[in-house]
Design a protein. Structure first.
Length: 307
């Protein structure tokens, strides 16, 4: 190889190395600092939440203080109207009752899902998820047919000597319909928590002489508290805002806050009063979140102290 060829190849290698170093330097200059990475990645979600959630909530709060005139007149009306208080108490009682019923029904079901075979678990998951694929309105209309005075359920109760009972247009009928709709939202968090529990702990407690019932309440149940808190919070918050089921299965005497909001906004065009009701319902939801979060924190703290 001649000296000229060697010089040419050396020049080519030198140019390639220079270009590579220039490219890597350019990439390093264009790379964002690590401290900017999180804000940039979360920016689309922050914009979405701000536009579709934060701004409407702020508008509702402002409207509750300014319509039809600036001041606290809407909140004074809200807290001085006995009907609103009755609707609020009824809403919370029904929501709490539905939460308890869903917990009592979902806990055994979720526990059974943790001990069966994979195929049976898939079938059980499908059974609990299929109702979510149909419209709430359609399911509610089906309950209207089932719960009416001359419906199939009252027919069976009459045949065995327990009926007929007043099921529709009562809080009981509302609770039945809401429990059926909200049950999946209790089952899935419970199953997620129960599937992570090591059942050998219960076996160890039994081997040390603990009764099975005592082993359940002292070992298994405390370990499932995260799923209980999550499921109860989800069901309770969703139940607070239900409108269709209470409207179709309930009675005017058992009106919930969601129906009162709809009546004020659509019926009376009282946007300020409806907004005030919405703000109070939102505040009650936030209080429920804080209480459950505090209970969960205390539970984790007590577990850490026990260790």
């Amino acid at each position: 190889m001649s000296m000229s060829q060697l010089a040419t190849e050396a020049t080519t290698v030198s140019i390639g190395t220079s270009n590579a170093s220039d490219t890597s330097a350019l990439v390093r200059r264009r790379r964002l600092p690590a401290s900017w990475l999180t804000p940039v990645l979360t920016l689309p979600a922050a914009v979405l939440i701000t536009v579709f959630f934060a701004i409407p909530i702020v508008q509702v709060i402002i409207l509750s203080f300014t319509d039809p005139q600036a001041g606290l007149s809407n909140y004074a009306w809200l807290f001085s109207t006995p009907l609103i208080g009755q609707a609020a108490v009824g809403t919370f009682l029904i929501s709490l009752s539905v939460t308890i019923v869903c917990l009592l029904m979902a806990y055994p079901y979720a526990y059974l899902m943790t001990i069966v075979s994979a195929r049976t678990r898939s079938v059980m998951t499908m059974l609990i998820m299929v109702p979510l694929w149909s419209s709430i309105l359609v399911r509610t209309l089906a309950w209207v047919v089932l719960l009416q005075d001359s419906g199939p359920i009252n027919g069976m109760l009459t045949a065995i000597g327990l009926g007929p009972l007043q099921l529709i247009r009562t809080p009981l009928g509302v609770g039945i319909g809401m429990s059926q709709v909200l049950l999946p939202f209790m089952v899935m968090p419970l199953y997620s928590a129960l599937s992570r529990i090591d059942t050998r702990l219960v076996t160890a407690a039994k081997s040390l002489g603990a009764h099975p019932v005592l082993a359940f309440f002292r070992v298994y149940l405390p370990l499932s508290r995260p799923g209980i808190f999550s499921g109860c919070l989800t069901v309770f918050i969703l139940a607070l805002g239900f409108y269709i089921i209470p409207s179709l299965l309930g009675s005017p005497q058992d009106t919930m806050l969601s129906a009162m909001i709809q009546l004020q906004v659509s019926g009376f065009l009282a946007w300020g009063r409806g907004s005030a009701l919405g703000v109070v319902l939102l505040a009650a939801t936030l209080v429920a979140l804080i209480v459950v979060a505090r209970l969960g924190k205390n539970t984790r703290t007590s577990k850490g102290g026990a260790k």
